[in-house]
Ligand binder design. Structure first.
Ligand SMILES: [Zn+2]
Ligand SMILES: [Zn+2]
Length: 248
């Protein structure tokens, strides 16, 4: 990784892995999934400034608010372009799209704050998308993103300095989920498609179990030594996941 600067910051409530990636020669770079909590933006901005990265792109692996909530703050500071797959672009500006009139989700979920099964309510207020449990715990409080500056499709390339990332459309968790593959460096950013030892949920609006299986299958064709940087949790490798994952 001599030509690449890679920094992972854990941000937000879940937490989410936010990656800053830059070419060590030109110091041009991008940020992947700045899914910050309100108030965390300074930490990201200071990191970008300390690294002296000239940020070209903000790329979201998919449109969920825990991956997009820092888009506005980072764009305001750096004027970087926001990139997302065309099928998830609507989610940036309407984060609860498909969940039905901002009503409660269909089934109770275990609340990480009170530990009970609680109904979750979704709303948007003052340009902030919120998920609130019955007990009052605010589980997501995410600034709504500006619209995408450029939408992505499978096979497109994102280039900055000496770094090239290929866009692999890996739907299943959402319709427009992508993985970002850097063949030269043997690394891939998989968002909420592939995790260390598991894969993303397929019970959400826009999810598809069959598409997830197809996407995992596709990732399984990459070289085994490729390092996997997921949207949550620790990093892993394609070869390691292939041994454990029946869909790869
Ligand atoms: Zn997600
Ligand atoms: Zn996520």
């Amino acid at each position: 990784m001599a030509n690449i600067i890679l920094k992972c910051l854990q941000v937000g409530y879940l937490p989410t892995n936010c990656y800053i990636l830059a070419c060590s020669k030109t110091m041009e770079g991008m940020i992947i999934d700045p899914g910050i909590l309100v108030g965390e933006e300074d930490r990201l901005i200071h990191t970008i400034d300390d690294l002296k990265v000239s940020l070209k792109f903000i790329v979201n692996t998919h449109g969920h608010p825990d991956h997009t909530s820092g888009n506005r703050a980072i764009k305001n500071h750096t004027h970087a372009q926001i990139l997302v797959h065309e099928l998830d672009a609507p989610l940036l500006v309407e984060p609860w799209l498909g969940t039905g009139d901002f009503g409660a989700l269909q089934e109770p979920h275990r609340c990480p704050v009170c530990g009970r099964d609680e109904m979750l309510r979704l709303d948007v207020e003052d340009n902030r998308a919120r998920m609130i449990a019955d007990c009052g715990a605010v589980l997501i409080d995410a600034e709504v993103s500006p619209p995408a500056d450029r939408t992505l499709r499978d096979g497109e390339r994102i280039e900055f300095g000496c770094v090239t990332l290929e866009v692999l459309h890996t739907p299943g968790h959402t319709r427009g989920g992508i993985s970002l593959y850097c063949e030269k460096e043997g690394m891939i950013f998989t968002g909420d498609t592939l995790f260390d030892g598991s894969w993303g949920r397929t019970d959400l609006p826009g999810s598809s179990e069959q598409k997830m299986i197809d996407s995992l299958n596709r990732l399984g064709c990459l070289p085994g030594q490729t390092t996997v940087y997921p949207g949550h949790g620790g990093h892993t490798a394609i070869g390691k996941e292939k041994k454990a994952n029946p869909y790869m």
